[in-house]
Design a protein around this ligand. Structure first.
Ligand SMILES: Nc1ncnc2c1ncn2[C@@H]1O[C@H](COP(=O)(O)OP(=O)(O)OP(=O)(O)O)[C@@H](O)[C@H]1O
Ligand SMILES: [Mg+2]
Length: 447
């Protein structure tokens, strides 16, 4: 089969219901999947993903169009042939369909018996090996009812993979698994695809596993859309989910409530989403995400000041064209107009210019310090810790600054290291905001 076309779908349409209730679910789907490819199917709930999978898996008869699997036409095929095709496919479906009276090991062995590949002691060993591989070494003798949903799902995965089928059809295989086991399962599938030339068609909403795909196809209202569309649609959804989550509670309240560990986790989470956003090719200009980041930036910076036990925290963005810094976040930001300082002037300016962190024990004794700022705000600066934030091209594009340690001591090397840890995710968020800005202005220019 290697190198050949494992799955070929031509003009496939599908309908559910009869008479007036008859409803079209799939519309003229055409796609070819070569042997050994991993294809991920994404799409909103109800878009027809499972229906498509069951048609390709010969679990449902094809009404209109052509579905060829491993060289066999399924449309109008007799039940004997459908059965034969099914035996060469490993299924991992939303409902696990484990046999309740059998143990985990026996369920997996059943997968081997159905395919007729191995018998007796060798079948048993293969089942044990596969269960160990999915992390169920301690649960071989458990029956389905004695296991959690995620564990049952792993048994179903082991059962589907144990006979090394030519095709694996998986519907949300990682849905009830934690991040690490989900990753292990898809890595295992990927190895299978690479080593045995197994073709894998995988439905998922899980953005963390999209990278295993050779190709991503997107179903929307029963129609297949192109790759680029799917990447964009997918990112939009990811950002929307994030936005929905955060909208339940204003981000500043959320940040204020969290303990230090929770705060650091949230920061990590949001910067990870930002990183994915930056890496994705999507040009989707997501306003919801943008507003989260902007709100977040204020909340995070203010909180950073607290976590670092400083009296004040602020953030400056570098405007390279005008060779100046723009104050983005500060407790006493003027209502109108923006605060700008020249690159090279003041401590923040010096940090931006040198690209090195600066610690100042006594501001008024440092010639780089500009007392004018204090005079305007009525604040009395003693010590300063300024950290340049660099983008992925190693250019300084922002400066984070702490003023006055609350205990009256100057900031020390320990503060600097801790601050640097916090500021890293902040940098990713800032960079994302900037790239969103670029996208916005590019759109503006072209329309
Ligand atoms: N046996 C059936 N009889 C009638 N309608 C059905 C049947 N199975 C699915 N449908 C309908 O077909 C449409 C597509 O369903 P399908 O299960 O393929 O969606 P899906 O993309 O897998 O969704 P999800 O992500 O929620 O699993 C839905 O509107 C669903 O209600
Ligand atoms: Mg489904």
């Amino acid at each position: 089969m290697a190198g050949g076309e494992s799955i070929q779908v031509r003009g496939l349409s599908h309908y559910f219901g009869k008479g007036a209730l008859r409803k079209q679910i799939l519309f003229d789907i055409t796609t070819t999947i070569p042997a050994g490819e991993i294809v991920i199917v994404t799409g909103p709930s109800g878009s027809g993903k499972t229906t498509l999978l069951t048609l390709i898996g010969a679990l449902r008869s094809t009404q209109e169009g052509s579905v060829k699997v491993l060289g066999q036409e399924l449309c109008q095929a007799r039940s004997g042939l459908l059965e034969k095709v099914r035996r060469q496919i490993g299924f991992i479906f939303q409902s696990h369909n484990l046999v309740a009276s059998l143990s985990a090991r026996q369920n997996v062995e059943l997968g081997l018996r159905v395919s007729g590949k191995l018998k007796g002691a060798r079948a048993r060993k293969a089942a044990v090996d596969m269960l160990e591989a999915v992390g169920l070494g301690q649960r071989m003798g458990h029956k389905p009812e004695q296991m959690s949903g995620g564990q049952r799902q792993r048994v179903a995965i082991a059962r589907a993979l144990v006979s090394e089928p030519s095709i694996v059809l998986a519907d949300e295989p990682t849905a009830s698994l934690d991040k690490q086991s989900g990753r292990e399962v898809v890595d295992r599938m990927k190895n299978l695809a690479r080593q045995q030339g197994t073709t894998i068609l995988l439905v998922t909403h899980d953005n963390r596993i999209l990278d295993v795909a050779d190709r991503i196809v997107h179903l929307e209202d029963g129609k297949l859309s192109t790759f680029t569309d799917s990447v964009i649609a997918d990112n939009r959804r990811m950002m929307q989910t994030l936005a929905d989550q955060r909208r339940k509670q204003p981000i500043d309240e959320l940040v204020a409530e969290l303990d230090d560990t929770g705060f650091q986790e949230l920061l990590g989470e949001i910067s990870e989403e930002s990183r994915q956003f930056l890496e994705a090719t999507a040009l989707a200009n997501d306003m919801a995400f943008r507003s989260i980041l902007e709100q977040g930036l204020f909340a995070f910076t203010a909180r950073l000041g607290q976590v670092m036990a400083a009296e004040r925290a602020s953030l400056f963005l570098v405007d390279a064209e005008r060779r100046s810094l723009v104050l983005k976040v500060a407790e006493d930001l003027p209502q109108s107009g923006e605060v700008r300082i020249d690159i090279g002037s003041g401590i923040a300016g010096a940090a931006a210019q040198s690209g090195e962190p600066i610690r100042v024990e006594d501001a008024y004794a440092d010639r780089r310090f500009n007392p004018e700022v204090d005079r305007q705000s009525g604040f009395r600066t003693r010590s300063i810790l300024a950290l340049p934030i660099k983008n992925r091209d190693k250019q300084v594009f922002a400066v984070a600054q702490l003023l006055n340690r609350q205990d009256g001591e100057p900031f020390d090397a320990g503060d600097e290291a801790r601050f640097a840890d916090f500021v890293k995710p902040l940098g990713v968020i800032l960079e994302t905001l900037q790239s969103l800005d670029r996208i916005t202005s590019a759109h503006g220019a072209s329309s």
